[in-house]
Design a protein around this ligand. Structure first.
Ligand SMILES: [Zn+2]
Length: 50
């Protein structure tokens, strides 16, 4: 299950629904929508550079 943070727009995957954003710590978590899920999966496949 993929979640998004409304505060910082961080996308992350959790097996249980998280209470806090692991990035900014806000309680602004919601399930990611379809476009966000695709963005997340695309990001996983791309090599990390810079
Ligand atoms: Zn956040």
């Amino acid at each position: 299950m993929i979640y998004a943070c409304d505060n910082c727009h961080f996308l992350f995957s959790y097996t249980v629904e998280p209470e806090q954003c692991p990035d900014c710590g806000k309680y602004a978590i919601r399930p990611a929508d379809e476009a966000e899920r695709q963005e997340y999966e695309k990001r996983l496949k791309e090599p990390r550079e810079i």
